[in-house]
Design a protein around this ligand. Sequence first.
Ligand code: ZN
Length: 173
Amino acid sequence: MLLPIVVYPNPTLKKKCEPVLCVTEELRTLVENMFETMYQAPGVGLAAPQVGENIRLLVMDPNASEEQKTPRVLINPELTLTGETIRSEREGCLSVPLGFRADVMRSSKVHLKARDLDWNIIEEDLEGYPAIIVQHETDHLDGTLFIDRISRLRRSLFDSKVKKWLKKNKNTR
Ligand code: ZN
């Protein structure tokens, strides 16, 4: 089932999410729906708060656009930034409207601890594109969007565009 994606400036996106305590049938269904929604969007990652669930859960697939998919579920992910600071170019987000993209500074590597759907502990080092995606998605669980990491000037220009867009949408409804 496709889930509606929560879009900025919806305040839900700013909330810090609660840890997942156990895997239930309900959670498995949510994960299935999140994958369907992410691939359809299309996107390479989706965090639970983006579909209105304020829990520490994310799905991702760096190869979402390839035939050979590599879906991953991360529950209660914890990151340690272990690389050097690099520029993640033209980052975007399914929850950020108007197709806005901007460069964001990220760590080139991360050490990841999380649980999978079988409640096994995952512990590994990621680098490259997967490292960038997991940083972007884990940010969502702390109520942070990539637009919170861009310059104040770019952000205020974007916010005024969003304001105009919201006003226009309101008028056409
Ligand atoms: Zn995002």
